[in-house]
Design a protein around this ligand. Structure first.
Ligand code: FAD
Length: 338
C-alpha cells in the first residue's frame, strides 16, 4: 500500500550526493526521507560503474563505485533514514514549510524543505522505438528488468542487446525458459571473457539461439499479448521469432522529466542555484550534485558532498524557523545517532 510520510527534508535522488545530504541533515537533527526511482541507492555509482575504481574521493586513494556507496550507507546507518525506492517522484506542490511530494506508486511525503539531488534525472531503460510498444509493456510482454526468474519458466524469450546484461540474462534464463533467442545488431557480443565463453557453450548446446546481425523491427500479437518478434538485418531481411516475452537490454538513460514541470528554473538538464545556499528559484527547494549549476561548478562527487552540507545548513532555516542553528564540528557533536 502507498505510504504517507512526514519529515523535515525530502531528498529526491539517492545517489552519492543525496546519501551524503541525508547524513548532513541527520547531523543537524533534521528528519529526512530519501526517494529514488531505482530499487537501490547509489545513483550513477551503483547503476553505471559499481566495479570501477574512483581515485578522487578525499582520503580514499582508490574506492570502487559500489564501495563508495557501501561506505556512505555505513555512515548514515545510525540514523535509520526512511527510503522510498523503486518509484519516480512525479509531483511536488506546496511552498516552503509545507511541501507535498508524490511518486508514481502513490506514496506521499510532506516536508518542510526539499533537496533535489537528481543527477541527470531519473534512470530508466532505453526503450526500443517499436510501434505499439506501450501495449506490450503494459501486459509484461516487453520487460526491461528480470524481477523473478521463475516468471520465465517454460516461456519463449527473446533477449535483445549485446552487452553484459543481455548476455547474463540470456545465460540465466536459458536454465528455466522453453527457448531463448539472443538478438544483437552486430556479429560480436561485448562482454566479460568468461561470459562470452559460457554463452558460446550454450549456443553450441542449442540452449540459446543466436540471432545476429539483426535489429528489432516489429512486435506481433493481439491486445498486448506477444506472439512474434520480427527482426531485420540492415539490408531488410526479416525473421519472425516466436516469443512470449521480449527483454531489451539497451542500457539506461536519464530524464529530468517531471522535475522540469514544477516551476523550477532549469537550463537543459541542470538547475541554476545560488551557491551560498544551493537555493533554486523556489524558496525552500535546494538543488545539489550533478543537477545543480553555478559558476565554477565541477560535476564531481567531492563537490556534491560539500553542496550537501551547504544545502542542509540552509534548509535548516526553513525547517526550524524559530531556532538558530549553532555551528558544531562533528567531533564535538558526538557519535552519529547517539
Ligand atoms: P546521481 O549519481 O546521478 O544520482 C541521482 C539519482 O537521482 C539517480 O539514482 C536517479 O535515479 C535519481 N532521480 C532523478 N530524478 C528522480 C526522480 N524524479 N524521482 C526519483 N529519483 C530520481 N565522479 C567523480 O567525482 N570521480 C570519478 O572518478 C567519476 N567517475 C565516473 C565514471 C563514470 C563511468 C560515470 C558515469 C560517472 C563518473 N563520475 C565521477 C561522476 C559521478 O558519478 C557523478 O558526479 C555523481 O554520481 C553525481 O551524484 P548525484 O548524487 O548528484 O547524482
Amino acid at each position: 500500500a502507498p505510504r504517507q510520510l512526514e519529515t523535515d527534508i525530502a531528498i529526491i535522488g539517492a545517489g552519492p550526493v543525496g546519501l551524503f545530504a541525508a547524513f548532513e541533515c541527520s547531523m543537524l537533527r533534521l528528519g529526512c526521507v530519501l526517494m529514488d526511482v531505482l530499487d537501490t541507492t547509489g545513483g550513477q555509482c551503483a547503476a553505471l560503474y559499481p566495479e570501477k575504481p574512483i581515485y578522487d574521493i578525499p582520503a580514499h586513494p582508490s574506492i570502487t563505485g559500489g564501495g563508495l556507496i557501501e561506505a556512505l550507507e555505513a555512515q548514515i546507518a545510525p540514523f535509520d533514514v526512511p527510503r522510498l525506492l523503486g518509484s519516480q517522484v512525479v509531483e511536488l506542490t506546496g511552498e516552503a514549510g509545507n511541501f507535498t511530494l508524490r511518486n508514481t506508486r502513490g506514496d506521499t511525503v510532506r516536508a518542510k524543505a526539499v533537496i533535489i539531488a537528481a543527477g541527470a534525472g531519473a534512470f530508466g531503460p532505453n526503450r526500443p522505438p517499436l510501434e505499439g510498444l506501450e501495449a506490450f509493456e503494459a501486459t509484461g510482454s516487453v520487460q526491461y528488468y528480470v524481477r523473478k526468474r521463475s516468471e520465465f519458466a517454460g516461456k519463449r524469450v527473446v533477449v535483445a542487446g549485446g552487452g553484459d546484461s543481455a548476455l547474463d540474462w540470456a545465460l540465466s534464463l536459458s536454465e528455466v525458459a522453453a527457448h531463448v533467442c539472443l538478438l544483437h545488431r552486430r556479429d560480436r557480443f561485448r562482454g566479460a571473457p568468461d561470459t562470452l565463453a559460457r554463452i558460446e557453450e550454450r549456443i553450441a548446446e542449442g540452449r540459446v539461439e543466436k540471432i545476429v546481425p539483426y535489429q528489432l523491427h516489429a512486435l506481433h500479437g493481439e491486445a498486448g499479448a506477444l506472439t512474434h518478434v520480427e527482426a531485420q538485418t540492415l539490408d531488410g531481411q526479416s525473421r519472425l521469432l516466436a516469443a512470449d516475452v521480449l527483454l531489451p537490454f539497451y542500457g539506461l538513460s536519464t530524464d529530468l522529466g517531471p522535475i522540469a514541470q514544477w516551476g523550477l528554473e532549469t537550463h537543459r538538464t541542470s538547475i541554476p542555484v545560488e551557491p551560498a545556499t544551493m537555493a533554486t528559484n523556489i524558496p525552500g527547494i535546494h538543488a545539489i550534485g550533478d543537477v545543480a549549476q553555478y559558476p565554477g561548478k565541477l560535476k564531481l562527487i567531492l563537490q556534491g558532498f560539500s553542496e550537501g552540507a551547504v544545502a542542509a545548513h540552509a534548509a535548516f532555516a526553513t525547517a526550524r524557523p524559530e531556532e538558530a542553528l549553532r555551528f558544531e564540528h562533528s567531533t564535538s557533536r558526538g557519535a552519529p545517532g547517539a
